[in-house]
Design a protein around this ligand. Structure first.
Ligand code: SF4
Ligand code: SF4
Length: 415
């Protein structure tokens, strides 16, 4: 299987010490320009990326902007090399935004680099976890750069990380980021932190509130996305349209792309299934699957090629019997390893998060009466009044929480 996307781990250093960072102790190593260029050359090889013309590179760390000298060298090099072999790169940086100066913005604009900003929404939520080493919150310093980031990025994307301590602020955080002008919001919950009964129920309430916001946006045809709902709705509608009969609704669905079409290049050129395997304290040294100088070690890669949802442990039932199979992507193997010590054993709270996603996505699909994926996509583009609209009674039902009791019952069983 060919590779079409990599994360370049240009540094393991960071200017923050976020409470939930999976990296653990920051080793502060930098990738050299020579290694970064060799990684580009490796990806462009026909035996690595195959016939794919469109390739993606994510600049990752640590905080990648710490290593700007290498970024300034590798991006023009990659563009030039790609042109020579008839391929094209899309670049994005996952960044905390604190070093996003005018000079960085100019370089980003010149080379069309995307930004995925890490920001946890409201200042009080952000500062609870995203702190400097001296304990000071970082929101104030990020706020100074916010307009510059929004004006530079070709796509206004932000990721919110939610913990049991900040979960009650999630909906207001999403609302504030939409008000600031972000167009694509992705909510991630920390898997390593234990989620107790109360924090899970709060997550459920928050996701419903976000679902209501999302419904209003869809009504108006705002071309914005909020995940995990956007992906949940799409997966559900794909399953409706028959994908279910192939792999979606049985256990054969592959997990994320880690080690398959996507992998990470560590600071020294070692290849890992993904960015977390390259940097997380719980994964370090294990699960390397090759090196840019010797290419992929297919024997070590094989387990990642073979892993499917069917292999996931901790679900108590086969995927074919599970109502979540419409939306479920299995679980994150790197997080599984960190929490349970086993790549395939999911933490007991992760299925509950999936259950809530399913429930709220279903409520939105029912609200609009979507039957097919293109109903949803038309609504995203043009608003509900120009596309599909109503249920069998000729009305749009409001988002309601018919699954709530069920979810609470399931949560009580699972946690
Ligand atoms: S929640 Fe578990 S059983 Fe259900 S689809 Fe996902 S992996 Fe399969
Ligand atoms: S293993 Fe986890 S962190 Fe890595 S790509 Fe998959 S979902 Fe993402």
């Amino acid at each position: 299987m060919y590779i079409s996307a990599i994360s370049l781990m240009v540094t393991t250093g960071c200017n923050l010490s976020c409470a939930y960072c999976f990296e653990g102790e920051k080793r502060g190593e930098h990738m050299t320009a020579n290694t970064a260029k060799r990684a580009v050359d490796w990806l462009l090889r026909s035996d690595v990326s195959g016939p794919s013309k469109e390739l993606e590179i994510t600049l990752f760390g640590g905080e990648p902007l710490i290593n700007m000298p290498v970024i300034r060298e590798v991006i023009p090099y990659a563009r030039r090399r790609a042109d020579e072999v008839g391929k094209h790169f899309t670049f994005t940086a996952t960044t905390n935004g604190l070093l996003f100066s005018d000079e960085v913005a100019d370089f980003w604009k010149e080379h069309g680099i995307g930004v995925l900003l890490s920001c946890d929404g409201l200042p009080e939520a952000h500062d609870m976890n995203r702190r400097f080493a001296n304990g000071e919150g970082s929101y104030g310093k990020l706020a100074v750069n916010m307009d510059r980031i929004l004006n530079t990025a070709r796509s206004k994307q932000v990721r919110i990380t939610v913990t049991p301590q900040t979960v009650h602020l999630t909906a207001k955080g999403v609302s504030s980021l939409l008000d600031l002008g972000f167009e694509h919001i992705a909510i991630y919950y920390t898997e390593e932190t234990p989620w107790d009964r109360n924090s899970l129920i709060t997550y459920q309430d928050q996701l419903y509130q976000i679902g209501e916001m999302y419904t209003e946006m869809l009504d108006q045809g705002a071309k914005r996305s909020v995940n995990p709902l956007d992906k949940g709705i799409k997966a559900m509608l794909r399953a409706n349209s028959g994908a279910c009969e192939s792999e979606n609704c049985n256990g054969d669905l592959h997990l994320c792309g880690a080690g398959r079409g996507y992998l990470a290049v560590g600071v020294d050129g070692t290849l890992y299934p993904c960015h977390r395997f390259a940097t997380a304290e719980s994964c370090q040294g294990s699960h390397a699957i090759g090196h840019i100088d010797t290419s992929l070690d297919e024997t070590r890669r094989l387990p990642f090629l073979r892993m499917t949802r069917r292999n996931i442990l901790g679900c108590d039932m086969p995927c074919a019997d599970c109502k979540l199979s419409e939306v479920c992507s299995g679980s994150c193997t790197a997080a599984n390893l960190a929490v349970t010590g086993n790549l395939l054993m999911r933490p007991r709270w992760s299925r509950f998060h999936e259950l809530i996603r399913h429930e709220v996505s279903r409520a939105i699909v029912n609200h609009f009466g979507f039957k097919r994926l293109d109903d949803f996509e038309r609504c995203q583009q043009k608003g509900a009044d120009t596309g599909v609209t109503v249920n069998e009674e000729g009305q749009r039902p409001t988002i309601h929480r018919e699954g709530e009791n069920h979810a609470k019952k399931e949560e009580a069983r699972a946690v």
